[in-house]
Design a protein around this ligand. Structure first.
Ligand code: MIC
Ligand code: SF4
Length: 675
């Protein structure tokens, strides 16, 4: 069992209730929260529904980075809505164009030893600065803002020792790809990954952030690095040296699982289509022809990443058959690249520079052509996420991306015949004040106290607070129904699917759909569209039919990937009452429960194979079964086949109450009424 780990030290300092024992539920104080626009509209609708005043965290920031295209009024309306609610609750607002939330948070607010909860699955990026930074569903983040706390299942701690020094052309991305190769997209479930060892000396904060960022692809709760001299240097470069404090695990720390990686032995690698853990070395894959190269995202758009790219591109031309796009991680980085000439070099080489935002990573433009090979420095290559269903997306480091953009084929920079003789510059982060305009993208809220408003006594509706600005595209979010005593939770099976279903599969997100993140009825028409386009109609028919509900049956790791609550709210809107699977991804499971949808795991995995589409499933007397406390004994009866399955919910007492209330907001409102 873990002892003396940095993870538990930070959690212990924030413990509000419960015990730090793996598998137990514990409540921790949350110092900071972040939201982004695509999940943020739901977060702020929910925050408003809770009728609270100023946030209870030390700092909460609302970033706009996912959809910044404003291809219609919908998107701009969402931004205005978020800005107006942020001002009402003392949340800092970061305007579109400022950069990607995780990069910006690292630069401006991340702080060793603090806790951060974000409505985006890549929030763990903050672990590069020694934070416990966790991604969660929007409602969990709204509640953390309102109450200052978050309850989690205490994870085990995996210790990864990094030894030695990376060779040139091999970088942080190759390290996390190696971890993914060893552990897979399920290897981090129920775990926090903690890094240590002499190899850290050669890894800057932004390198560490790349590794922590893609720890999300392991399914891990988060990843964390010690805070050392490299951390101090980064914070000093950001003008925040005062935020530094040293942090490390005890020298004799004990981990639940340990790995050791020799950095010098790593070679450039790629995650092959269509999963981030489908890892091969670049030399092994060979020189496949490349059509598109995209550099950016919260994984690899730091200043040092882009300076390496600039050095590789300098004085060269992008291959005529390749489209190279570059999206810098933040406006400050872009400004420094412009000031030091690197940007001009990239443009001269033929790169297309796009806005400092998520952009192609979330399918907002730059979809590759049909059947294309696209190399991306991003973190997810799920089928279709790029916007082109038959494209093959490979995830690579910035170095591999840049050299391949020149040669036109996937290129191993280490291979001697491709040596371009580049000395990578000794890179320092842009120093604070190097771009004074960066602050122009951040809007501080009116201080409630300074405005003479007592936030606690006069919550949301307090006179003098800015109005909520709500455009016509913003629709109310769906609410579950309470389960009356004696009645069943029932539904007919509308979909049976396989392992590793992602939230992109459940609720796709691209330039067509992102403008509708605050319009659940519209999104519902596209639910599961890539897997089974008939799903929305069948689910709606089951919802409106005699059984009045639907059931989804999945395999292992159901709901991996994004934190998007829409993957629960849209099925809720379509009448889904239960999801049965062999196992669930952490954030999605929490989102289902918050929405009032019951996630259950088959006690006998082979029962999952016996269920057929159209079967009617009943959890009889659900209140009694869920109230009983022994969740291992839930009995689900298949009325169509005349059989019964044993399922376990592994639901805490509070989670069972949420299901019976028809979701967490209902539960909160009931509790408020009975006070
Ligand atoms: C993603 O990378 O999938 C996203 C888009 O950032 C999501 C959030 C979303 O779906 O809005 C995430 O990772 O949580
Ligand atoms: Fe944005 Fe992509 Fe990072 Fe998600 S993974 S936050 S879409 S850059």
């Amino acid at each position: 069992m873990s002892r003396g780990t940095l993870t538990y030290k930070i959690l212990q300092q924030h413990l509000v209730a419960g015990q730090l024992l793996p598998g137990e539920r514990a409540t921790v104080r949350i110092d900071q929260t972040l939201t982004q626009d695509s999940t943020g509209t739901m977060v702020y609708l929910q925050l408003e529904a809770m009728d609270v005043g100023a946030v209870q965290t030390e700092l909460s920031v609302a970033y706009i980075d996912h959809n910044t295209l404003q291809s219609g009024f919908e998107n701009a309306d969402d931004h205005a809505f978020i800005q107006s609610v942020a001002a009402r609750h003392n949340v800092v607002f970061s305007k579109p164009g400022g950069g990607i939330c995780h990069q910006l948070h690292l630069e401006n607010y991340g702080c060793p030893g603090k806790t951060l909860l974000g409505s985006d699955s890549h929030t763990p990026t903050g672990g590069g600065l020694g934070m416990i930074a966790i991604g969660a569903g929007g409602l969990d983040v709204a509640i953390a803002m309102a109450e200052g706390n978050y309850t989690l299942t205490v994870p085990q701690v995996v210790g990864i020792e990094l030894r030695g020094v990376l060779r040139s052309w091999v970088s942080a991305k190759d390290v996390i790809l190696e971890v993914l190769r060893q552990l897979s997209v399920k290897g981090g479930v129920g775990r926090i990954v903690e890094y240590y060892g002499d190899g850290l000396l050669g890894l800057s904060v932004t390198d560490r952030a790349t590794i922590a960022n893609m720890g999300a692809e392991l399914g891990a709760t988060t990843s964390v690095f010690p805070s050392d001299e490299n951390t101090r240097r980064f914070l000093e470069q950001q003008g925040r040296g005062g935020d530094w404090r040293p942090l490390a695990a005890d020298p004799d720390a004990l981990y639940d699982q340990s790995l050791s990686i020799d950095l010098a032995a790593l070679a450039p690698a790629a995650a092959c289509p269509h999963s981030p853990d489908n890892i091969r070395s670049v030399s092994d894959i060979g020189e496949i022809k490349v059509d598109q190269v995209a550099i950016g995202s919260c994984t690899n758009a730091s200043y040092s990443d882009l300076m390496k790219v600039a050095a590789i591109l300098a004085g060269r031309r992008v291959h005529p058959q390749v489209s190279l796009v570059i999206a810098p991680g933040s406006a400050s980085i872009l400004a420094v690249l412009a000031a030091n000439g690197a940007l001009a070099g990239m443009i001269k080489a033929g790169a297309r520079i796009i806005e400092c935002a998520c952009g192609p990573c979330i399918g907002m433009g730059q979809s590759p052509r049909s059947g294309a090979v696209s190399l991306r420095t991003f973190n997810r290559n799920f089928k279709g996420r790029s916007g082109t269903n038959d494209a093959d997306v490979y995830l690579v480091s910035p170095e591999t991306a840049a050299i391949s953009a020149i040669t036109g084929v996937l290129t191993d920079g280490l291979a001697s015949h491709h040596r371009l003789g580049i000395e990578l510059p000794n890179i320092a982060e842009p120093s604070a004040g190097s771009f004074q305009g960066a602050g122009a993208f951040t809007v501080a809220p009116p201080a409630l106290a300074a405005a003479g408003i007592d936030a606690a006594a006069a919550p949301g509706q307090a006179a003098g607070l800015p109005e909520v600005v709500m455009g016509p595209n913003i629709k109310p979010f769906p609410r579950g129904v309470a389960v009356p005593p004696g009645s069943a939770i029932s539904g007919s099976v509308v979909l049976v699917c396989g392992d590793n279903i992602t939230t992109d599969d459940i609720m796709p997100s691209d330039s067509r759909l992102l403008p509708f993140r605050s319009n659940i009825p519209h999104l519902a028409e596209y639910c599961f569209e890539k897997i089974d386009p008939g799903f929305p109609a069948r689910a709606a028919a089951a919802r409106d039919g005699e059984v009045a509900g639907g059931v989804i049956v999945g395999g292992d790791n159901y709901g991996q990937g994004s934190s998007r609550e829409h993957a629960a709210l849209v099925p809720l809107y379509l009448g889904i009452r239960m999801v049965l699977a062999k196992s669930f991804a952490r954030i999605h499971r929490a989102n289902l429960i918050n929405s009032g949808i019951l996630p259950l795991v088959f006690a006998e995995p082979r029962d999952a194979e016996a269920v057929r589409e159209g079967d009617i499933l009943m959890l009889d007397d659900a209140a009694a079964q869920l109230g009983g406390g022994d969740e291992a004994d839930l009995r689900l009866h298949n009325q169509t086949q005349g059989t019964e399955y044993r399922l376990c919910g592994q639901l805490s007492f509070e989670e069972r109450q949420m299901i019976l209330a028809g979701g967490r907001i209902n539960m909160i409102q009931q509790a408020a009424k009975s006070r």
